[in-house]
Design a protein. Sequence first.
Length: 112
Amino acid sequence: MSKLLSAAEILAADDLKSVDESVPEWGGIVRLRALSAGEVLSMTRELETKKDEGMFEILVRCAVDDNGAPVFTPDQIPELKKKSMQVLDRLQKVALRLNSMRPQDGVELKKD
C-alpha cells in the first residue's frame, strides 16, 4: 500500500527533471530542464505581449549546463534567431512536452 505524503515530503521531493536532446547539427547534446509551475506561469504571462519570442524564451529558460546553470541569456535571443528553424522547433517541442505546455500557451513561434 502507498503511504500518504505529508506537505513537507511533497515540498521536499525533487520532481523537476531534465532531458538530454541530441542535436547532431550542433555537434552534441542540449540539456533541457523542467520549469517550476511558477516559472511556467510567469513565462506565459510575459509572452502575452511578445508571442513571437516564445520559442526563444523557452530555450533560454530551459537549456542548462551540467550544473543546471542557463546556457543562454535573454541577450542572446537575436543570435538564436540566426540558428536553424528545424533544430529550434525540435528543441522547443521537447521543452514544451517536458513542461506539460502546448503551443496554444503562447510559447510557439508563429510560422505564418
